[in-house]
Design a binder for this molecule. Structure first.
Ligand SMILES: NC(=O)c1ccc[n+]([C@@H]2O[C@H](COP(=O)([O-])OP(=O)(O)OC[C@H]3O[C@@H](n4cnc5c(N)ncnc54)[C@H](O)[C@@H]3O)[C@@H](O)[C@H]2O)c1
Ligand SMILES: O=C(O)[C@H]1O[C@@H](O)[C@H](O)[C@@H](O)[C@@H]1O
Length: 276
């Protein structure tokens, strides 16, 4: 765990959605260290609440449940939702209707700020020989990326109309280690993820800011200059994994759309629909 967990900055109640998920389980103890009460929510069961925690099972698609979930919350780290290319119906329920339910409940309860787990798949159809910034137009690589682009537009609407602040974090690949050559560029360590979430929660003025979530990797496709005001300074780099990753994947098929585009295999996955 990084030094940031002993930051003197403290919150009242933070809501962490997607708490049963891969990143939610990693972030749970780290967020716990910076707030008085941490409310954890997911569709799936979570580890029982410890001191200072509240655990609430809720479906983001259930408007009434989400309205109750946001009561008494100061800030949200919104990780909940479908996190891969799945059927349009599943994506729409969690990432479209669920996002609207979350933002509307947050507005009604006077929540100040949301850190939204967006995704690099919002711009997955840019090529790997392009360096882009959060100001470039979106180019989603599937329904999943499209749903995250919707989430970002929703955040912009709730900032413009209601003054509810959001930092949309277009997370690259937040895993313990990069799994393939692509992730040498997209990887973000868990410690850097914590640093970025803390920067997003504590920067004094954010409006609706968009930032890419990556470590200080030698190879990078994303220029975060427009998000410098957040003060995020990654400390880790995928470079330490390069030799091992390249040895595991020595040959790349440069005709493969997944090798050409930033979104990797997502650019040729789906579209999926539920059977009638
Ligand atoms: N891990 C990454 O590299 C990465 C990269 C880009 C974006 N993200 C985003 O970050 C977030 C967390 O990612 P993760 O890797 O932990 O994904 P994950 O799939 O492990 O976790 C997502 C959680 O959301 C929950 N969820 C799904 N539908 C729900 C619903 N209708 N109501 C309530 N909860 C629901 C799931 O049960 C799951 O526990 C996701 O929003 C994902 O899109 C992650
Ligand atoms: O692009 C990536 O590596 C990651 O993108 C995220 O949006 C997905 O949730 C995750 O499953 C992918 O591994």
């Amino acid at each position: 765990m990084s030094d940031l967990t002993v930051s003197p900055i403290r919150f009242g109640r933070i809501l962490l959605t997607g708490a049963a998920g891969h990143l939610g389980r990693e972030m749970r103890p780290r967020l716990k260290a910076c707030c008085d009460r941490l409310r954890l929510s997911d569709l799936e069961p979570m580890a029982p609440a410890t001191d200072g925690e509240e655990v609430i099972v809720a479906d983001l698609a259930d408007r009434a449940a989400v309205l109750a979930l946001l009561e008494g919350v100061d800030a949200v780290v919104h990780l909940g939702g479908v996190s891969t290319e799945q059927s349009w119906e599943r994506i729409a329920a969690a990432n479209i209707h669920g996002a609207v339910n979350l933002y509307e409940a947050a507005r009604r309860h006077g929540v100040r700020r949301i850190v939204f787990a967006s995704s690099n798949h919002v711009t997955g159809f840019y090529r790997q020989d392009q360096v882009i910034s959060p100001r470039d137009p979106v180019r989603p690589d599937g329904f999943y990326g499209l749903s995250k682009a919707f989430g970002e537009d929703l955040a912009q609407l709730y900032w413009d109309r209601f003054g509810l602040e959001t930092v949309s974090v277009r997370i690259g690949s937040a895993f313990a280690a990069p799994k393939d050559r692509r992730m040498l560029a997209t990887w973000m360590s868990f410690d850097d993820t914590e640093r970025l979430f803390m920067a997003a929660l504590t920067a004094p003025v954010v409006g609706h800011s968009i930032v890419y979530g990556l470590s200080d990797n030698a190879t990078a496709w994303w220029d975060n200059t427009p998000a410098r005001h957040l003060g995020y300074r990654p400390q880790d780099s995928s470079e330490v994994f390069r030799a091992e990753v390249e040895a595991r994947q020595p040959v790349l098929d440069r005709e493969d759309p997944a090798v050409i585009h930033q979104g990797g295999a997502f650019v040729r996955t789906g579209p999926f629909f539920e059977e009638a």
